[in-house]
Design a binder for this molecule. Structure first.
Ligand code: UTP
Length: 415
């Protein structure tokens, strides 16, 4: 009855017809049991879903996800080793970077919309403390604040963690940073799907959605008005990073000057893979265009290939430390990047209304990757940096890339 009042009879009929068409009528399976808020929320979630896109993505997932790249299309990508830049040139680049900041042309975007499922921390990942009495957000804020330029700091959240993130900043008095220069924006969400093609109901009144990947930044910046805000402020260079690397250096003036001096529209930091089997994406050219190829997509032979000095030919890992000229966001426009699929573990409500606890990955999650934008450009500047100086990610609860390993690296590195 309530549904009729909310939507009007015609739209109710349309909605049910539409759900049937996409084989998703189970989403309203428990509708009559819900209270008014539950009904409203569920309907608003359903109305926000692009069912055509979701069924295309499901088909892609069924086919075995991403297509493999033809090895003959892949070539190595040139890079510059930071260690090989003379100190005179480093100082010159720093001065260029400083000028850009003094002119108010630099901004930072922290992508903090992920779910942090592997870490399993309650609350946004940026609120996590690796054991130094500071959250990941605070560590990043300190580095930006210490630059002394009042750099605009944009923080990308998702619908899932936006309110908690904002509340955390408020409760911590924005870490002493100018509140006017911290701007939050949200990225799109996509529903997760069980392997049988049904969208996941995580509760009878709620669809399980996940942020659409760090590649969602391009759309999100336009849809949220962030790009317009940057243009009004005359921003020219935007450093983008995640929230979970405690050695992220948004204050690296040398990198800023280096990329702008090279005339590249995109600059990326890379580091040498620990070995051929490390599970990271590496820089390369695909059909002549700059790209990052996932470890799952590269042949063993290529992963092991070495040059005359014994270095891996495809050995420069992408670590989500990228600098973009604002023209990149303009050129990308609202263009969506291709989605990749991953199988994740998620609990769900079955058709009988029972909660099923997942004991293995059972649902598809769709995500776009920021590096898929690189191939829209002819060239990017890659600066190879040192792992111990720039990369200490917090991904897992324990073991590799955990709070323990990140803490050790953090304590040993320059702050
Ligand atoms: P990861 O891909 O490592 O994901 O994100 P995650 O959410 O932190 O952790 P898992 O995979 O669920 O365990 C790298 C960075 O990109 C951001 C994350 O917040 C993190 O800072 N990210 C990821 C987004 O901002 N949005 C997304 O949709 C995905």
């Amino acid at each position: 009855m309530y549904l009729r009042i909310l939507l009007g009879v015609d739209s109710l009929v349309d909605l049910v017809k539409m759900l049937k068409k996409y084989n998703q009528e189970h989403l309203l399976g428990f509708y009559d049991e819900l209270d008014e808020d539950g009904k409203t929320n569920l309907i608003s979630q359903i109305k926000g879903i692009d069912f055509e896109l979701i069924s295309e993505l499901y088909e892609m997932a069924q086919k075995g996800s991403d297509e493999k790249t033809d090895p003959s299309d892949i070539q190595p990508m040139a890079y510059t080793d930071k260690d090989e830049i003379s100190s005179v040139n480093k100082d010159r680049y720093k001065a260029i970077g400083r000028k850009i900041c003094e002119n108010g042309e630099y901004a930072v975007v922290t992508m903090a919309g992920g779910q942090g499922t592997r870490l399993g921390h309650t609350g946004p990942k940026g609120t996590f403390d690796i054991g130094i009495g500071k959250s990941l957000f605070e560590i990043q804020c300190e580095r930006i604040r210490n630059m002394g330029f009042n750099v605009p700091w944009y923080i990308m959240t998702s619908k899932e963690n936006d309110a908690d993130t904002k509340a955390f900043f408020e409760a911590n008095n924005y870490f002493g940073y100018d509140k006017e220069n911290i701007i939050f924006f949200t990225q799109r969400m996509l529903p997760m799907m069980l392997e049988n093609g049904r969208i996941v109901l995580e509760e009878k009144n709620r669809i399980k959605e996940g942020a659409d990947g760090h590649g969602g930044i391009f759309r999100a910046m336009i849809e949220s008005g962030v790009l317009g805000d940057m243009k009004r402020r005359n921003i020219k260079w935007i450093f983008t990073c995640g929230i979970d690397n405690v050695l992220t250096r948004p204050n690296d003036l040398m990198f800023l000057g280096y990329v702008s001096e090279k005339g590249s529209m995109i600059g990326c930091k890379s580091l040498v893979k620990r070995g051929p089997s490390e599970k990271v994406g590496v820089f390369c050219k695909i059909k002549g265009k700059p790209s990052v190829i996932e470890y799952t997509e590269i042949s063993e032979e290529m992963a092991n290939m070495r040059d005359e000095k014994g270095n891996l030919v495809y050995g420069d890992a992408h670590i989500l430390l990228n600098l973009f000229n604002i023209s990149v966001f303009e050129k990308m426009g609202g263009r969506g990047l291709p989605y990749h699929v991953a199988l994740k573990k998620t609990d769900y409500i079955n058709e009988k209304g029972e909660k099923v606890l997942a004991d293995k990955p059972n649902a598809y999650k769709f995500e776009a990757f920021i590096f898929d934008a690189f191939s829209y450009f002819d060239d990017i500047a890659i600066l190879r940096v040192k792992r111990e100086e720039e990369f200490a990610p917090v991904k897992n609860k324990e073991g590799e890339d955990s709070p323990k390993t990140a803490l050790e690296l953090y304590l040993n590195a320059d702050k």
